[in-house]
Design a protein around this ligand. Sequence first.
Ligand code: HEM
Length: 558
Amino acid sequence: MATYGDRWDAFIQNKAIFAALGLVTHGLLNNSEPDYKFYAIIPLWVQLFTFATLVEYFVGSASQSFLAAVFLVTSAAAAYFGTFIASVLIYRAFFHRLRKFPGPFLARLSKLYAVHVTLNGPYYEEIERLHREHGAFVRTGPRELSIADSDAIPLLNGPQARVIKGPWYDHSKHIEGAALHTTRDKAEHRMKRKDWDRALGASSLREYSPRINRHTTELISQLSSRIEKGEGDNLRMSDWMSFYSGDVIGDIGFSREFGMIREGKRAKLIQKLHDSMPAVSILYHLPWVIGLITRTGAEAGAKGLFEFMHWAREALKERKKVCALPSLNEPQEKDIMSFLLEEDDPDIPQDRNADARIIIVAGMDTTASTLTFLMYELCKNPDIQLKLREEVQRVAGERSFLDVDDLTNIQYLEDVVNETLRLHPAASSGVQRETPPEGLNVNGTYIPGKILTWMPMYTLHRSAAYFPQPLTFIPERWSSQPDLIQNKQAFMPFLTGPHKCVGWQLAIRELRSVTANMLLNFEIGFVDGDTGESVESEARDCFATISGPLDVRLRPLK
Ligand code: HEM
């Protein structure tokens, strides 16, 4: 009579059973989109493997040593995973509900394709190339579509849109809850958005004006002193733009002084965030990896993220302490957190820490990169620089500094800002949305349910159908040459609808303030022998676009 050991041996040596189990697993997981549950599934697999090895060693008789037991179980696992993976790939390539959409073959199989592209240059450039090759709908991942058709904008972003934010936004929710930006539930988002709208609405923005003016004044004065020290022939303008936007957002966000303009270097935390960008540009294609690392307790793997969380917690506590002084119930000047925190509540809700992080992440690099690209375009187009300077000087008269509130009506300044945002949108590849279970119909094209969509702003903004002469920097298209805009709806650097950037007006005010005052004080050009191309060629797509380095020559105006 067969013993338990014999039965086990027969089982573990039967590759067909494991191959069949691989197929069953694919069948079970296929409809549940399991990638974001890998943090639970992978440890389960590891436990099963360990259990099977121990059973083989102690109960089975086919292996003479522990190593042999490991080997036998590994060969069973190879049959299981080999079949499972082959089944997944065949399904994705030929039977998936997106099979009719064109795109690179490898992108059908895995998001590793996007990782490969990212390692070789900005992802959004490849997306634009793919749209030129395949048209408005491109399959960019196993269950992912990039849609470059302005008719899809209301369906994906409008107030009545039935899509929700995609699972990407959940990547670290389990640690500290969701920030405004990462809240997927529509009702919860509406609630949170009310406070944020007050924090960044017109009357609050006026209260923040003195802070913007202070930081812009400091920027101009620091750059002037660098010129005096003989450094004006080669200044890394991309760094200065990043110091500026970081100082502004720390200050307006939660009264945090980074002092980067003063020091002429990045604060430690900001430097670490910056250093993590290459990893972010890859992980944003594989968000389940972040969940896996953080949920399986491998904190070392996500050290940067945990440090940032710790920093944000401490920064909010410090702000609270200052506000708790009897003479100061609130910061002397209001900041964004004044609207998000209950000043009398001794505790800081966890999701406010997440909000503090989003203030830095959403408010710093987006603005810094836009400013850098704007300076780049002014260097590349000296005539436009001259024309804009004349406009600004007309408003300034004898003054060498213009307050941000004096800059609301300079049409050509608006034109230059818009044209920069058109050619260099900060969210170049778009934002992730998930279609409702019943799917969507875009212009007669049916998009199945539970599909992840992206609307690539870089591609839309560079479409000749929407913006004739799309690759030329022509600020006049926004005012005196309206024929150069065929479809204004396709311009959405800040998105549109209920999730439109809540900080867009703050960003515009920063852009106006820096641009106008730079032009009042300096002539700006590329460093001798340089064309500034690294600003585009070394840019990174990290969900937000991070510009490459820009070195400039600054000459003070007489
Ligand atoms: C040129 C600068 C900026 C650009 C181009 C920009 C662009 C965007 C875009 C495209 C989104 C939508 C993201 C998504 O749905 O995933 C967004 C959202 C957001 N932005 Fe900005 N942004 C800029 C500056 C700022 C600033 C200065 C702040 C200040 C705190 C800010 C705070 C936010 C927040 C909190 C959200 C989430 C809004 C929500 O989900 O309701 N952004 N931004």
